[in-house]
Design a protein around this ligand. Sequence first.
Ligand SMILES: *Cc1c(COP(=O)(O)O)cnc(C)c1O
Length: 425
Amino acid sequence: MDFFEKPYAIQQDNHDKLKHFRKQFIIDNPNLVYLDGNSLGLLPAATPERIQKVIRDEWGRKLIRSWNDGWYERSQKIAAKLAPLIGAKPHEVIMADSTSINLFKLAYAAIVFQKGKTAIVSDELNFPSDIYLLQGLAKHFGEKYKLRLARSYDGIRVETDEIKRILKNDTALLSLSHVAFKSSFMYDTKEITHVAHEKGAMVLWDLSHSVGAVPVKLNDCNVDLAIGCTYKYLNGGPGSIAFLYVREDLQDRLVSPIWGWFGQKDPFNFRLDYEPADGIQRFLAGTPPVLSLSTIEPALDLMNEAGIENLRDKSLEQSRYLINLFRHFLEPRGFSMGSPENEQERGSHVSLCHPEAYRICKALIDPTVGEKTVIPDFREPDNIRLGITPLYTSFMDIYEAVMQMKMIAEQKLYNHFSLQKEKVT
Ligand SMILES: *Cc1c(COP(=O)(O)O)cnc(C)c1O
């Protein structure tokens, strides 16, 4: 059977051990190829019913009594289901706020804890929002504080030697994305954490682009702090609540900068002096969004059932397939690799670059171009990100996406589209 023909993709889907999970998601348009689950995961079939139940029974009927009947502990209960995906103990993780706010809280706490050290280190491939937050913190702590960014020489990877070079004894915190949002470059968490600890720096990993797609072993790597979001590979829905991790032995030594009542020792005492709660609870601020918390559970259950190691195996198999198709069909038509070649250094999306990337994305998404509607996303200046979400991505999805890209490039169909950028790309 020819590797580059459609029957091969069909055969691979038939042999896929995880294929039954696709049916657990709402995919009601047979012509839609969704490769953007790394930005917003699909809707799990069980979620609408779960939400209905929370709204009708817990809110509608039980009303405020629900706080004592599950709501108060829900952040912790969901976190305990997420913990195995990131190699943490259940009481080291909690669902809270948004990723950006969690980054602020944990980075702030680390900088205060590392009194006397005045540098924050990140890299230039990091998600801009993370960089803005770190810039803001450096400014907030005063003139002596500086943010230093490790350089990437090819825009795709950051060398470990560059991290070693930029970390100095003045470094309070090293804050990096485990998987880079654009190129998909993935750090060796163990090695980098070790390098930072040798310099006396604490380490904070942003797991937004790895959780649910790549096994993460926070305890095994002795990681201090981590954060991440739940609406990408975890399929929690738009703006769903984020999570944070603080290693067990650090929990009672760090203090959140946001002193809210949900982080208070005994919030219903209504005392007037703040005393942080014991353990991970102290990193909460205010009332959790109960509806958003409830959307995360169905997908987490599916993910734990599938097993994160199996998900990674499938993601790697599909990435290899995609890259082979790219070499055959797309590289000769002006596309180039925007992701690391070495799969040990790559997360679960593959970025392909093309000078016309923006308009190619528009043509892919337009339902009147070709037979399939393909949804990837575009990242400045020339990246088309193809997200592989092993719970539901099929080999046929990948085949169809590559065929559409080939056709659009070959026939220059992107010329029919405007260069005008939309608000969200
Ligand atoms: C998606 C993402 C975020 C999102 O942060 P929000 O607070 O949810 O907007 C943060 N960091 C990284 C690395 C991301 O990929």
